[in-house]
Design a protein around this ligand. Structure first.
Ligand SMILES: [Zn+2]
Length: 391
């Protein structure tokens, strides 16, 4: 799996000479249940072969040919049912070859040959896959699982067995109320120790998001014990009988809650960006204004549809990006170069700038404002900046 640092390195890469090419290959297997699995591998090979032929016809670039042949070999090995989503980034002219396993994503198998790596499907990976913990709690036991991509790791587990008093329903009716209270105290203590463990793990930043699996009856009693710091990371809870719940089932439930909460969060981001933009506050919409806000260093998070693409130009000197297809840079006057898709330059800039990127499915609200928007950290005093730029 890729690390943030590796992603940043890929974002910083750019071809220096016209004979260098940066190749990005994304392979997305079909689900193991369906037959399209094999077809995906065949499709991938066809895609690589076609690109190879095109490059050879144009008499371009022996290095890129080498890279593509290597990718073709790789695609041939992707037949097995175990094949996972993969990304390969290559530029043999610069001795670069990186291969990563990826979590399943809604982006198809794709191949890109360009000056920079195509990072759009990869850039949101960390926000879409936060370090997720699942706390499984019942009246006596507590287990804590970390779910990251397709791995499950137990982080801790403990049992606070109920005492004989707690377990029994009293000695033939002897002070049943007392026994009941005693048992509730024990359970409360157990919940408190589980909540304490979560608090200290949250303080150590061991997880970014939390889902709790516990019986609906116990949930209110456990939830009140959670520290506000932990509650902030809580995405939700699901009802489960821990006796029959496997780790794999717990992971599935937690991931479902994660997906729902991401979807809701993204919807809120879209509404917020659009509303803020309308009020000229902390939001902008449309490519031109997003690019401008990027250059002013105002952007906290860029929001666009997965399929978003727009032509633009990039200055060969100062790297200014412009949605108007001008031949000369309006900032420094040097020649510009056409970009088939502004994301080629915008996404690496987002990654390098540590700016959030949210990709959403087609959305009516976003569609009305050009399918791209941004939330801002602040809004620079533009009049002052413009005066400074002009002086
Ligand atoms: Zn320029």
């Amino acid at each position: 799996m890729i690390s943030r640092e590796e992603l940043r390195q890929l974002a910083s890469f750019e071809c220096q000479y016209s004979n260098e090419l940066a190749i990005s290959f994304y392979f997305q297997p079909g689900t193991p249940q369906d037959k399209s699995h094999r077809e995906e591998a065949i499709l991938a090979k066809d895609m690589v072969r076609k690109t190879l032929q095109e490059l050879q016809l144009n008499g371009r670039n022996r290095d890129a040919t080498e890279d593509l042949e290597r990718i073709l070999h790789l695609a041939e090995r992707l037949h097995g049912n175990q094949a996972r989503a993969k990304a390969v980034f290559a530029c043999s002219g610069r001795g670069l070859w990186r291969e990563f396993d990826l979590p399943p994503a809604p982006s198809p198998t794709q191949l890109f040959v360009n000056r920079r790596f195509h990072l759009k499907p990869l850039a949101p990976i960390f926000s879409e896959h936060p370090r997720l913990w699942v706390a499984l709690i019942d009246r006596q036991t507590a287990r804590f699982l970390e779910v990251q991509f397709d791995q499950i790791q137990e982080q801790n587990a403990f049992t606070n067995p109920l005492s004989r008093h707690g377990r029994s329903d009293g000695y033939a009716g002897y002070d049943a109320g007392h026994t009941q209270r005693h048992s509730e105290d024990e359970v409360r203590r157990h919940f408190r120790s589980a909540a304490e463990f979560l608090k200290s793990a949250a303080e150590k930043k061991q997880f970014e998001a939390l889902v709790v699996g516990c019986h609906d009856l116990n949930w209110p009693d456990f939830a009140v014990q959670l520290h506000p710091y932990v509650q902030k990371r809580l995405l939700g809870h699901f009802s489960a009988d821990l006796g029959s719940l496997t780790d794999e089932m717990a992971k599935k439930q937690a991931e479902k809650i994660l997906r729902e909460s991401l979807h809701q969060h993204h919807q809120e981001l879209i509404s917020e960006a659009v509303a803020e933009a309308k009020g000229n506050r902390r939001g902008v919409t449309g490519l031109r204004r997003v690019l401008r806000a990027m250059e002013l260093g105002e952007v906290e998070c860029v929001i666009m549809t997965r399929e978003y693409s727009a032509r633009a130009v990039e200055c060969t000197n100062c790297r200014h990006l412009d949605s108007h297809l001008v031949h000369y840079c309006p900032v420094c006057g040097r020649a510009t170069r056409a970009l088939d898709d502004v994301c080629e330059a915008l996404v690496p800039a987002v990654v390098k700038g540590n700016i959030g990127l949210v990709l959403v499915p087609p959305d009516d609200i976003l569609d009305r404002v050009g399918n791209i928007a941004a939330l801002l950290r602040f809004r620079a005093d533009r009049n002052k900046n413009e005066l400074l730029a002009a002086s």
